[in-house]
Design a protein around this ligand. Structure first.
Ligand code: HEM
Length: 519
């Protein structure tokens, strides 16, 4: 470890800390090391440096305030090989990324997102309707209902076309995306970023190069096909005001070309679908595990909304406990517990330590919410206590300074902050209210008649996590509410109609059956 770097675990020759770098669930190890080495510590990965920030003041200063130098991404040769450097979330701070980012800023504004609320609400109604019909048709079907929702809402607002059923194009999309995620996961390919010489191995001896080519082709077929369909619809004069139509219309002004436009849409689809699903699955997990919190939320929503209509975003203003619950879910189980890594474009100095140019920086979000320094963090994530956000704005213990915490931290930092945040927050808010309004979520009953506790620590390993599929009982809270869901689903038909383009035969049939049932 070079002089001036923040402290960290002892290194070994050549590898540095590479042999002990936690690739599966980095946040737990990062938190453990933070207790030992402090709120800013470093790791050596071969010649490269990784800096992990756990102290909130350091996160705010370095990731937000000094974002001009901390908003690069670490190199990802494989991602660039597959996407040509056009994946907005993975691209370095190149001119292409700047254009993609500017485009997202131009179209995903809070105001524009508000215009897409009707389809978001209609899709959320289908989520209730699907859960009502088959909460557990297969053991975990509420999982697939949530995945369908998340994908369909983004598909609708981006491409103007919805996905009615999981089994058709939704599963196709997730298959391609999982292949992409799998090849990007640590250890899946030789360490090309650390040893660039590996790039020169001929393709016939490098399975990872052949896999990259195959995944590139799969992605291009899927995503370029979606764009072609959108353009064809526009040419036929059948546009429906979706985001990608706006990008096509403003391509020149924004400096985009057809290739970039296709990758722009696909990055939003990929980054937006699983994150939203993961959040909603964690929300349900917390409801099952913490019945007292669920009971309080039920009381609040019953008081404000009643039985005969679904909640709206306006209602949320009168539901402080549910607002607190939404924040607490981000704190309890952040979708990306260590954020998405940034990288430095220039050397930075902070509290006497050097962060070299090209260093990778992680912000350990596990600290999120309750405490302003790691020393106070012994209770991190153990309990789901929404009430903490009713005591203080940032959920800190009364008397502890929480002013460095920001409610947007679960969505990242500085110039890399999630551009889909407004869309995501609307989805989270609408569905959190809907699910609470509609259903009781309880532990599954085992063969011996006892309830089976859910495991709130059983999560998918990796940078972006989600609860592993769990069983629970989901029942409508009253026959009146079940009727309201069916009625509202039927009433959503008009909103759906403009997004139901190019349906396959099976989908037409499904539409007819579900409408008949709802009617
Ligand atoms: C619960 C939902 C979501 C969460 C928790 C979430 C969280 C995040 C986080 C932590 C980052 C990394 C920010 C950073 O590097 O500092 C990110 C980036 C990104 N998100 Fe989201 N996100 C969500 C939903 C969405 C949605 C719905 C969309 C699209 C419509 C989206 C699009 C993106 C994109 C494109 C990036 C990459 C930005 C860049 O690197 O410049 N996200 N998100």
């Amino acid at each position: 470890r070079e002089a001036g770097l923040p402290p960290g675990p002892p290194t070994v020759p050549v590898l540095g800390n590479m042999h002990i770098f936690p690739t599966k669930s980095p946040h737990s190890k990062f938190t453990e090391w933070a207790r030992k080495y402090g709120g800013m510590f470093s790791l050596k990965i071969g010649p490269g440096t990784v800096v992990v920030l756990t102290d909130v003041a350091a996160v705010k200063e370095l990731m937000d305030k000094r974002s001009a130098t901390t908003s690069d991404r670490p190199p990802t040769h494989i991602a660039d090989r597959i996407t040509g450097g056009f994946h907005m979330g993975l691209a370095r701070s190149t001119s292409a990324w700047k254009i993609l980012r500017k485009t997202s800023g131009a179209i995903l504004t809070a105001q524009a997102t508000a215009q897409h609320l009707p389809i978001q609400q209609a899709e959320a109604t289908q989520l209730l309707y699907d859960i009502l019909g088959s909460p557990q048709a297969s053991p975990f079907s509420f999982y697939t209902h949530i995945s369908r929702y998340s994908y369909s809402v983004i598909l609708s607002v981006l491409y103007g076309k919805r996905a009615r059923r999981y089994n058709t194009e939704v599963s196709g999309f997730f298959t391609v995306m999982h292949e992409f995620n799998a090849i990007l996961s640590p250890g899946a390919t030789p360490p090309v970023d650390a040893m660039p010489i590996l790039e020169f191995i001929p393709e016939r001896w490098a399975q990872w190069k052949r896999d990259s080519r195959r995944i590139r082709n799969l992605q291009r077929t899927l995503y370029f096909g979606m764009m072609e369909e959108t353009r064809a619809r526009m040419h036929r004069g059948e546009g429906n005001g979706c985001y990608m139509e706006e990008v096509v219309g403003r391509e020149k002004e924004l400096g985009m070309d057809d290739e970039m436009t296709s990758y722009f849409g696909s990055a939003l689809l990929e980054t937006g679908s699983e994150t939203t699903s993961s959040y909603l699955q964690s929300f349900i997990l917390a409801l099952v595990a913490y019945p007292e919190a669920q009971k309080k939320a039920h009381e609040e929503i019953d008081r404000v909304v009643g039985e005969d209509r679904l909640p709206t975003l306006v209602d949320l203003e009168r539901m402080p406990y549910i607002r607190a619950m939404i924040l607490e879910t981000h704190r309890f189980r952040p979708v990306t517990p260590v954020g998405i890594p940034h990288s430095t474009l220039a050397e930075e100095e902070y509290q006497g330590y050097i962060i070299p140019k090209g260093a990778t920086i992680f912000a350990n979000l596990s600290f999120q919410g309750a405490f302003s320094t790691i020393q106070r963090s012994s209770m991190i994530q153990k309990n789901f206590i929404p009430g903490r956000y009713m005591l203080t704005k940032n959920g800190t213990k009364p008397g502890i300074d929480g002013s460095d915490l920001k409610a947007t931290f679960p969505f990242g930092f500085g110039r890399r902050k999630c551009p889909g945040m407004h869309l995501a927050c609307n989805s989270i808010n609408i569905n959190a209210m809907n699910l609470l309004w509609a259903f009781d979520f309880e532990p599954e009953i085992g063969a011996d008649g006892n309830s089976i506790a859910v495991d709130t620590a059983a999560y998918v390993a990796g940078i972006a996590t989600a609860p592993l599929p769990f069983k629970c009982r989901i029942t409508p809270r009253s026959p009146g509410k079940a009727k309201t869901i069916e009625r509202e689903f039927l009433a959503a038909a008009d909103t759906f109609a403009k997004f139901e383009v190019g349906l396959g035969e099976g989908d037409e049939e499904y539409a007819a059956i579900s409408r008949a049932y709802a009617g």
